[in-house]
Write a protein that binds this ligand. Sequence first.
Ligand code: ASP
Length: 338
Amino acid sequence: MRIAKRIGSALAAICLATAALWAQSEREYVIVVHGGAGAMRSLEQHPEQAAHYYAALDSALHIGAALLERGSKGEEAVIAVLRYFESNPLFNAGVGATCTAAGTFELDASIMRGEDLSAGAVAGVKHVKHPIEAAYRVMTRSAHVMMAGEGAEQFAREQALEMVDDNLYFATPKTLQWVEQLKQESKKNGTTGCVVLDKQGNLTAGTTTGGMFKKKWGRVGDSPVIGAGTYADNASCAVSCTGHGEYFIRHAVAYNLCARYKYLKEPVADAARHILHEELNAEAGNGGLIAVDREGNIAMDFNSGGMFRGYLYKERATGHVCGEVGIGQKLVPVSNHP
Ligand code: ASP
């Protein structure tokens, strides 16, 4: 009886070890980024402008991949990438953020760790230089998941994060023009996001944005809402969204994708397609998302004209690094853009 029991537990241990081996991704690490979704019509007509975006996506991927290559945790890569986007005026995050109807800049950001479902977010901050850092501090140094407005700013100050005195720090000549005119119906795309599968097999997701052009001051979109704009769970996927936030909140898009993967056993790309093209569409829920599942499969889908996006991964067996970046339908090899 005792021998049978021992054989039983040895078999169980072998099964568990085999399952763990099977669960290991064929990709040593994976990083996917987005820089917002939108019509992209003007960029199609101006390839010289598009080249700046290709180069920025390329840099973002390489910043993240260098950390992942070194064995850094996914959250370090996500923060480094999103800090880069927040400093780059091309994108609607940090400097370059779009303005509210009141002519102010109100920033939202969030981050989630798939290993233990811990998450942090800030909404409507006006003086935090890197909102993604503040979101990370909410996750790691507070008992909360989301903080907003002045309370979030005071918390960021207490955490000794870099602050800016003037809200116009986030303005660029282009956004300042909008602040002055505000009648202009143009809008800025460029919310940024990053999802990662690191060498330890952990998933992380982060998103940072200025929100929607001419939003009412005080309005909060999907980007800082865990489950809507951002979600990560090691049992399923890491997701970051961009687009018309109100729809992404109503459809709990980021969690919705993880749930389809987990419960319907849908491949990540099919789940993304279903949500963006059947539940949402270009009129009701214009936008896109990036996702990576626990096996390293990725999705980069959108129902808009285009989405700034890119991915990069390292094959475990061969050590090859593969990656592409794109704006419209077409993808081009990473570091080999026009
Ligand atoms: N989703 C963002 C928001 O609604 C905006 C965007 O991604 O363009 O605030």
